[in-house]
Design a protein around this ligand. Sequence first.
Ligand code: PMP
Length: 406
Amino acid sequence: MNRYAKDFPILKQEVNGNPLVYLDSSATSQKPFQVIEAVEQYYKENNSNVHRGVHTLGTRATDGYEGAREKIRRFINAGSVKEIIYTRGTTTALNIVAACYARARLQEGDEILISPSEHHSNLIPWQQAARATGAELKYFTLEPDGTLDLDKAKAMINERTKLVSVAQVSNVLGTIFPVKELAEMVHRYNGVLVVDGAQSVPHMKVDVQELDCDFLAFSGHKMAGPTGIGVLYGKESLLDEMEPFEYGGEMIDTVDLYESTWKELPWKFEGGTPNIAGAVGLGAAIDYLETVGMDEVDAHDRHLAAYALEKMGEVEGVTIYGPSTNRTGLITFNVDGVHPHDVATVLDAEGIAIRAGHHCCQPLMRWLDVSATARASFYLYNDEADIDRLVQGLQKTKEYFGNVLG
Ligand code: PMP
């Protein structure tokens, strides 16, 4: 166990008679006790609805909720808390942009440009927006190792390109996409860049002003925070012009029988009682990550990816997908002749948790010419010993299936 793992109580257990090795943080990360205690304390001492109560608990709940928003603003270096919208997660954040920005602005002749490696959450909303508006959905061409050639990307961006949306880090390939350069290219034609930060914000310093992206979506549960809370960052000028996503309580200014007006940003996009405990927990997760330091998290995860690439690459019959350098802490792979679900099942018997399936990336699976893959993903609580256990588990998997099949 490394020095961060001790903060994560769930990791101190045995699974199937073996010490747990959790290698599924890209699906959801584990939570340190600091986050668990912040949520517990909120419910034990401060629980109340926000923005309404004149009573003390109402003020405490509002302070916790809005205080966390300021932490998020600082974490991604947004210019104002008006640009930080709480959502249920990345999926909802991307759907808000598709529904309230793309559908309102796009028309026939316009183009939406995304990558074939996108998660379904950053693909289907654009399919639907294209269908509703008559805009055309187009795809970048990826290089054989899953990277993006910037010259080829540039050739696809023109005055028809109204919106480009890409994941900063692919949840399957581990590829880091050049979003800063894409922002420059798309802005030349007055289009917008949407960044799916689900796999980048938890693992590296993301500065929205430096990247100059127009929207950024991410999820609390992948960055040591609770489930059910996420963020949509949007440039204030764009959010200001967008219609609300949901209508109801909390997001209104005045309501008349036939007409209503909306609160100012960010509350215009936060209809209904929000996930207050989730926001407080996300704030605590950011405190935790900032104490470690995002540069340290980034270096740690990249180091583990490089170590895993080397060690897993030495196991005969293991195919690894994605680029060989400049990738973050996840390795997607297959073992010759063994279905990835079987790989995951054998590893689970060893106490090792990995993910198997299409990872919500069916078009990418087709591009890779596989039906499914296995994926091991790392976070700050993992260390080289965890990867050594994974490699031993893969050897066992091969032996087991070699005996059964052989
Ligand atoms: N995009 C990417 C790249 C992801 O990895 C995920 C989660 N697997 C999502 C979007 C969706 O995130 P959520 O389920 O938290 O909304």
